[in-house]
Design a protein around this ligand. Structure first.
Ligand code: DQA
Length: 156
């Protein structure tokens, strides 16, 4: 499919997965989630560039980079989801499709987590399925990319 990778971008505190509030986020580490995401991408003929940062500006820079060098974005912005106009503006500034993911079902949690800024520039949101949220986002992005790409006919 695409020769460009999916940029899978993870925000603040997600480096602590596995030890951080496991009753909410589960016991898998971010490395485990990276492996599952890369595996799902491979099944769909895609690759991932999987990154994590605790810094909003770095995530903004990576979204810009994904706009040039990626085929799409899967974003778990962590708590920045609920506050960051900068991340929304960065997603709006690039033309590659983006899917927002969350491990937890943010709509079952505190009211401040019911607001998402990046969602306004996303194709859709997948939340509440733990590591499966990432796998589902890969398959959703893959099928979106496949349906929005011009067909290549044999011999042309
Ligand atoms: C999260 C949900 C956010 O509300 C929270 O701040 C996180 C993780 C999730 O994946 O469930 O850091 O994005």
């Amino acid at each position: 499919m695409s020769s460009k990778p999916i940029y899978v971008l993870n925000g603040p505190n997600l480096n602590l997965l596995g030890e951080r509030q496991p009753e909410i986020y589960g016991r898998l580490s971010l490395e485990d989630i990276e492996a599952a995401t890369a595996d799902e991408a491979k099944k769909n003929g895609l690759e991932v560039d999987f990154r994590q940062s605790n810094h909003e500006g770095e995530l903004v820079d990576w979204i810009h980079e994904a706009g040039r060098a990626g085929c799409g974005i899967i974003l778990n912005a962590g708590a920045l989801t609920h506050t960051s106009v900068s991340l929304l503006d960065a997603l709006a500034a690039v033309t590659v499709p983006a899917i927002e993911v969350h491990l937890s079902n943010v709509f079952r949690r505190e009211p401040f987590r019911h607001v998402s800024y990046p969602a306004q520039a996303a194709l859709g949101i997948i939340a509440g399925f733990g590591v499966e949220s990432y796998r589902l986002a890969v398959t959703a992005l893959a099928s979106h990319l496949a349906s929005s790409q011009p067909l290549h006919h044999a011999g042309r």
